[in-house]
Design a protein around this ligand. Structure first.
Ligand code: PLP
Length: 475
């Protein structure tokens, strides 16, 4: 080996402070400007994808480019190349316009880039996350010992629930997997469940066949009598029920399954009860709405996504367990190299993840500055916006198919209208607003959800006009 001099740091990757400040200032202003423009522009992308792909293809990464024009190019492409979740007339899936404090959190997390795997290296961030989780757990009415962690998504949190349930159902699951069970391990949720459960059953090794989809009662809620009968049948057939997961705020229609009945059936048979409140969980912040989730306090575990109705940046889920010690049984490992006190709170010993981003700061800052009351107003406001829309559209002959007290409305167009899929296609073509075509209890519906904290009465009127135009048989 020759003794070569170490080259200086690569300035494109690690620019000096003055340049960072200049670029940061530019970015701050550019993002504030584009946020303003997005709100005034179309909800739908209007980019020419063929031309974009050509421009993208030209990046062969041989010729370095200055950062500022690159940033400008990316922001411009984003402005024209996505469905805008940050548009107040995005009445869409549960993808929020993020709260400003959660955007601030992302900047801070990016700057320090702490490793949230261990409390040894990140004592303060780990403590902040654990504190927020405990606060949410208490808000849900879970006992003082409840705890958990932030996840990348609700799907990860639901997956975590199934692994915990399997681990508690049979301690030999840890070593032998599903072979440890005397019969097929099965889990229950409703027909209206979030479809990631199919993947979760696959991932966890119980197999997709082991996902039992219980019928709903005609109003979109799980039929508890049928659940009970299904569990009895499975037990008679030699299967091993491990998990019952009612949904508190179904993805399609915002319905809340009978949480107390599900918890009771689970208790009777020693089955883990997990409430999937990925979206609806934020209703806990409102004194007026939290009663909708009554029974959640009886769950063994709960999923709540901060990146849904809590409107943090993506992805920010939460898994909360009544007795969090099960997490260490499921996810504990020995690792000499970890800067760990092997304290049982270390996230890498209690979660699916290893390297972790400081996600929880988003909810800490948002809750810290808005408080429960601020979030209570945020969710109640969304419900009021939906009520307003319901009133407007029912006057125009539309029918509400679902009776949710949360902020989702499934609409059946008046007679003499185009089919729902066609209505939604024309709505999206118009660029005025975004809504989804969905199915609720066997009927085609236009699904409208308020996910933006600034959607106004004017936006509601504009959606109503756009829907009326889109449904008309002839223009
Ligand atoms: C969104 C959602 C999920 C999945 O959460 P992700 O964060 O998208 O992975 C699970 N359950 C319900 C009820 C949901 O609304």
């Amino acid at each position: 080996m020759t003794n070569e001099a170490i080259p200086p740091p690569v300035p494109a990757l690690f620019p000096p402070r003055e340049q960072r400040e200049r670029v940061d200032d530019y970015l701050t202003r550019a993002l504030a400007d584009v946020t303003q423009r997005v709100k005034a522009g179309p909800v739908m992308p209007d980019i020419d994808m063929a031309r974009f792909r050509e421009a993208l293809g030209a990046f062969d990464f041989r010729e370095p480019k200055p950062l500022e024009p690159l940033l400008e190019w990316v922001i411009d492409c984003m402005e024209h190349g996505t469905v805008h979740m940050t548009h107040p007339r995005y009445f869409g899936l549960f993808n929020p316009a993020p709260t400003f404090p959660s955007e601030c959190a992302d900047r801070i997390a990016g700057c320090f880039n702490p490793q949230l795997a261990s409390s040894g290296s990140s004592p303060v961030p780990v403590a902040i996350e654990a504190h927020v989780i405990r606060a949410i757990a208490r808000r849900a009415g879970l006992p003082g010992g409840a705890g958990g962690h932030f996840t990348t998504s609700g799907s990860e949190a639901n997956y975590t629930a199934l692994v915990c349930a399997l681990t508690r159902a049979n301690p030999r699951f840890a070593t032998e997997g599903v072979r440890a069970f005397a019969g097929p391990a099965v889990m229950y949720t409703s027909k209206e469940c979030q479809p990631a459960w199919h993947k979760i059953a696959h991932q966890a090794g119980i197999g997709r066949q082991s996902l039992r989809l219980v019928d709903t009662d005609g109003t979109g809620r799980m039929d508890a009598t049928k659940l009970s009968a299904m569990v009895e049948d499975d037990l008679r057939d030699g299967a091993v029920p491990v998990l019952i997961s009612p949904t508190a705020g179904t993805t399609g229609a915002g319905m809340v399954d009978p949480l107390e009945a599900c918890a009771r059936i689970a208790r009777e048979h020693g089955i883990w009860c997990h409430v999937d409140a990925a979206w609806g969980g934020a209703a806990l912040c409102s004194d007026r709405l939290k009663g909708e989730l009554a029974g959640i306090e009886q769950a063994d575990s709960v999923t709540i996504d901060a990146h849904k109705w809590f409107a943090t940046t993506m992805g920010c889920g939460m898994f909360i367990a009544r007795e969090p010690s099960v997490l260490n049984e499921a996810f504990g490992v020995g690792a000499d190299f970890m800067p760990s006190t092997a304290s049982s709170i270390d996230p890498y010993l209690n979660s699916v993840q290893w390297s972790r981003r400081f996600m929880g700061l988003r909810l800490f800052l948002a809750l810290g500055t808005a408080g429960w009351a601020g979030y209570g107003t945020h969710v109640e406001r969304a419900v009021k916006v939906i009520d307003q829309l319901k009133l407007t559209l029912t006057h125009l002959g539309w029918t509400a198919a679902n009776q949710s007290h949360l902020a989702v409305l499934c609409l059946i167009p008046p007679p003499e209208s185009l089919p729902v899929r066609e209505i939604v296609r024309r709505l999206l073509d118009s660029g005025h607003a975004w809504a989804a075509a969905a199915t609720f209890e066997g009927r085609s519906v236009t699904r409208v959800c308020v996910t933006h904290g600034e959607t106004s009465v004017e936006d509601v009127s504009e959606l109503a006009v756009a829907l009326q135009q889109a449904r008309a048989l002839s223009r």
